[in-house]
Design a protein around this ligand. Sequence first.
Ligand code: CTP
Length: 398
Amino acid sequence: MKNAKIVLGVSAGIAAYKAVELLRLLVKEGADVRVVMSANAGQFVTPLTFAALSGNPVTHTLFDSENSANMEHIRVAENADLLVVAPATASMLGKMAHGLADDALSSLHLAFKGSVLVAPAMNDGMWAHPAVKENIDLLKSRGVEFVDPECGELACGVIGPGRLAEPSVILDRVRGYFDQRNDLNGMRFLVTAGPTHEPIDPVRYLSNPSSGKMGYAIAEQAKARGGEVVLISGPTSLQPPAGINFKSCKTAGEMNGLVQEHLENCDVLIMSAAVGDFAAEKLEKEKIKKQATEGLVLKLVANKDILLEVARRNSGKLVVGFAAETQNLVESALEKMRKKNLDLIVANDISAPGIGFQSDSNQVTIIDREENIENLPLKPKRDIADLLLDRILSRLKR
Ligand code: CTP
């Protein structure tokens, strides 16, 4: 965990004193820890205690005249790998689940792009309340991980579940997170993402609704786990991820050129882009006028299939394709895998509501060359990315 960048979020529970011990353990492991406190956490432990132990300034208010102008509470989130909220009170869980941002910690949580680990602590009655359970389920469905509270004597005097997990237990989970994070060290990934634009005239193009979110999630997770990543992206509204060699392109032809250029220097190719299959045979130099085009017929030609080109080169790389289908999901994906000589194919039913192209979650089926079929439940795209990378890693280790 040397130099691991961690944000420790402390909310206002009696167990805040255990966050002091957790901070001490994290710092001893070599982590660079920034502490962010909820509005009332200072009632239990002073910011000064956390500042002294972490060696870093502590963010505890949204309205501190010195720091709020440069958005200190948001800046802390930049470049951090992991947000650990310990203790997380029922109130903080509610804010996190519903996107409230009325103090430094809840605001930071909303701005945070990395992984989140939460250690709740509260009275046993609160812990059992359906509202708290639903908030936890909601957060879990977004990929937030939990270190469950222990059973024991609570601050209110009763014995029951709700006591913050021991700092050493939380530390183990944090350590596990960073151990897993480096499992792709030294591996080189070439990932494609997003749609392509095939121009018809200077203002129009053929495309599809791919958002690029799946491919960007794969690139980000591969990087976070120690991999070296080149991301080739068609036009999207997403920010290029930090620390990744980012190449943008518009057309399928440009994407093909970039893939062939970077293929040699990668170990794994993941083609998650929704590459356009057709381009206009003729690109009009001037905007096509509607008056002059009654019954306009657009003649299309097929684009090169990038994966088929790669298969033809017999590149010896591990190659992963995607299959976006509206019917016969598994049969169509199997056919594509065989035809394009893929090691793995990720199939999804783009006709199902709430999953696929634009959404943050997806429900996919992963099929391997040996034709083993794994149906995954609905999950955030980041979790699917991690599961896919796990499958890739186990094939590389064979
Ligand atoms: N693909 C590619 N080059 C293309 C079209 C697709 O490399 N010109 C890749 C995609 O990135 C994906 C896989 O091939 O990994 C399957 O893409 P998909 O659009 O599902 O299938 P197609 O092969 O295009 O077949 P169809 O559109 O007829 O289903």
